[in-house]
Design a protein around this ligand. Structure first.
Ligand code: D41
Length: 687
């Protein structure tokens, strides 16, 4: 009995360790989180029954140590060197020049290039393949003992495994970091718990590793990639590349994004490529580390006082900078959402001048306590709108007052409403100029009234010339209105200066005829399209069809419904019901609806969903690329048969239809035991 318990415990440990390696080292998970937790729980139960089976490197023993009162200091046996910086291509080439001169060679040098992770540098010491000590880099000579904290990181193996025997002593250097997703999740949890937020993934990683209580560290989504070594006894490497390829064989994680570059040209090319790709990596990097690949050459190059002469960090443009908030103003988006925007003293962030940054919403302002006059840290990444990360409170001027979003729309003066359990405040006025353009575009779009050919430019000119103020005005447009409408056309050659090449041109008879026909055709529509076209908060295409069925296509019923009646409809919750009643209760909204109907918009009678078609009450999720239909068509097929199309998978999902390229949703479906259909099988089913 005890024998088999020991056998099972060993098997479970091996499975858990292997699962960690598949996940953290090979980025190729073989079991789900649920299965992982099951294995861990089984092992815990087994060890509880047989305490003599507990080993120090059991996965159950990652969190064990008691909280400490302070972190002990440790001396690094081999100093942890730092990296010199190169700020651009030229400085990288200058580095290459020095390397060649020192080595006395003329041909290209092989460089092993690694992304420079923005985390916390640490040392891991393995003796006889066992993790015995971990420390921070500190000043490079002495750091802090964080062994108990590092043990909680699942990416760090407690014992080295594999076919290649691990060395008697292996001092590893690596970077502990948190992925952007892990960071976002951590801050979400902290916001819910009312705790202060971390400013960026780097700070959250550093803060998490230097905890006094390992249990706190255990709850943080920390990762590690190894990139260097200190003392090694019992194994010899000949190149950095060979070193990086060996570590995973022992179960140690290495960033797979490294590249061996033959000569500095290739390294510079990688440096530039990586900078354009940095936002698409799942973690923050701040440069590229260029290392002479050959360890013999490294030895010949040696080191300066604190950094090796054989490596350099090619830095990227900073994505954060500090500046002053000169004003805060609310901007109104196409759905009426009021977004507070910080107007900044212009500052260069990553090569781009930034003078505005989003403050997201009132809750975010409150949490960060951003005030006019504050000095703030701003951040931009790729195409994303710059945002204020944090306030440098020490620099706050004495009379700065907290900021509150206005109670009325800054554009039209209409009432602003923020539902009790939402973070976004909105202008409720359908006729608000700031919203009009966005609403027009939505109203016209394919899934809504589907007015073909009425492009953005034309809509913009129609609004600007005062010909359309509400969506109803579209149906008042005359042939002359359209034929004489002047829009900007670019004429002449591409090279001509902007302004000189633009000309105002009337739309003309042909276009006007076509547009009028398209507008006229859109008069014949359905209840669902009509409701969707109005652009009511939280009322998407699916919900519009739900309402159509519930009201049996009778618009008057919807206009008369109160929240109670609406909430009685399956799939309509309190938020949607309240939003609807606010919308239908607004006099200007009602006027627009009346106008539309008076101008000939007709809602086609609804067909009852074909009985016996069999999908009633069934929920479908589509994932991957569909080849024989669009997502919209797929959804319509399901809904026409009384089913429901959802976007996320839960235990209530009945079928997942997966096309090529289906990713995490497919994995989740399998994990939850949801039936998976191919596109062909789905079509067979609905036929
Ligand atoms: O990704 C990194 N942050 C990184 C840091 C890296 N990929 N390689 C590094 N290599 C070194 C040497 C060449 C000195 C072994 C480093 C660092 N050092 C480093 N990180 C913090 C200080 C030094």
């Amino acid at each position: 009995m005890n024998d088999s318990a020991a056998g099972r415990a060993a098997q479970l440990r091996a499975q858990i360790d292997q699962a960690n390696i598949r996940y953290y080292v090979h980025d190729d998970p073989t079991i789900s989180d649920v299965q992982y937790d099951q294995l861990l729980r089984e092992l815990e139960a087994l060890e509880q029954q047989h305490p003599e089976l507990v080993t120090p490197d059991s996965p159950t023993q990652r969190v064990g140590a008691e909280p400490q009162s302070e972190l002990a200091t440790v001396a690094h046996r081999a100093p942890m060197l730092s990296l010199a910086n190169a700020m651009d291509d030229g400085e990288l080439r200058a580095f290459d020049g020095r390397v060649k001169k020192e080595l006395g060679i003329e041909g290209p040098v092989d460089y092993l290039c690694e992304p420079k992770l923005d985390g916390l540098a640490v040392e891991l010491i393995y003796e006889q393949g066992r993790f015995v000590q971990g420390s921070t880099r500190g000043d490079g000579t002495t750091g802090e003992d964080i062994t108990a904290n590092l043990r909680t990181i699942r990416a760090i193996p407690l014992t080295l495994t594999g076919d290649v025997a691990p060395p008697a002593l292996l001092e590893l250097r690596g970077e502990v970091f948190i992925t952007r997703e892990g960071f976002a999740q951590l801050n979400r949890q902290r916001a819910e718990a009312g705790q202060p937020l971390f400013a960026n993934p780097r700070n959250s990683a550093a803060g998490s590793v230097r905890q006094l209580d390992p249990k706190v560290t255990a709850g943080r989504p920390l990762r590690i990639y190894c990139y260097g070594y200190g003392l090694v006894d019992g194994h010899a490497f000949s190149t950095q590349e060979q070193f990086l390829k060996t570590l995973p064989q022992w179960g140690l994680p290495v960033n797979p994004e490294y590249r061996l570059c033959r000569g500095i040209d290739e390294a510079v090319e990688f440096y530039q490529e990586l900078e354009t790709r940095r936002d698409r990596l799942p973690y923050d990097i701040d440069g590229l580390v260029v290392k002479v690949n050959d360890l013999g050459q490294q030895t010949r190059l040696g080191q300066r006082s604190r950094s090796p002469r054989w490596a350099i960090a090619g830095k990227f443009q900073a994505q954060q900078a500090t500046t002053i908030v000169e004003d805060i103003q609310a901007s109104v988006g196409r759905t009426g959402a009021l977004t507070p925007v910080a107007h900044l003293r212009p500052v260069n962030v990553g090569g781009v001048t930034v003078s505005r940054a989003t403050l997201h919403n009132q809750d975010e302002i409150d949490r960060k306590d951003v005030r006019v006059g504050d000095t703030v840290l701003v951040q931009r990444a790729g195409e994303v709108i710059p945002e204020v990360v944090q306030v440098i409170t020490e620099k706050r001027p004495p009379h700065a007052k907290p900021y509150h979003l206005p109670n009325t729309c800054p554009i039209c003066g209409h009432e602003v409403y923020r539902p009790p359990d939402e973070v976004v405040a909105r202008c409720l006025n359908l006729a608000c100029p700031a919203q009009v353009r966005g609403r027009f575009e939505h109203f016209i779009s394919k899934g809504a009234m589907n007015i073909d050919g009425l492009g953005e430019k034309i809509v913009e000119r129609l609004i600007a010339s005062g010909k359309i103020k509400t969506v109803a005005d579209l149906y008042r447009l005359t042939f002359d209105d359209l034929a004489t409408l002047e829009i900007e056309r670019t004429v002449g050659r591409m090279e001509t200066e902007a302004g000189q090449s633009k000309k105002m041109v009337a739309l003309g008879d042909k276009v006007a005829t076509k547009l009028l026909a398209a507008i006229d055709a859109s008069r014949q529509t359905t209840f669902a399209r009509f409701i969707y076209a109005l652009g009511i908060r939280n009322v998407g295409e699916h919900l519009s069809r739900v309402l159509e069925r519930a009201c049996q296509g009778d618009l008057e019923r919807l206009l008369a419904a109160d929240t109670e009646e609406l909430e009685a409809i399956h799939e309509v919750g309190a938020t949607v019901a309240q939003g609807l009643v606010r919308f239908t209760g607004d006099q200007s909204n009602r006027a627009v609806i009346r106008d539309l109907l008076a101008l000939g918009v007709q809602l086609e009678a609804v067909e009852a969903p074909a009985k016996g078609a069999g999908l009633s009450g069934k929920t479908f999720v589509f994932t991957g690329n569909l080849e024989q239909m669009t997502r919209r068509e797929a959804r319509e097929l399901v809904e026409a048969r009384g089913g429901r199309a959802a976007t996320s998978i839960s235990s209530r999902t009945d079928y997942v239809v997966a096309g090529p390229g289906a990713g995490s949703k497919l994995a989740k479906a399998e994990e939850l035991g949801v039936a998976v259909l191919s596109e062909g099988e789905f079509l067979e089913m609905v036929k």
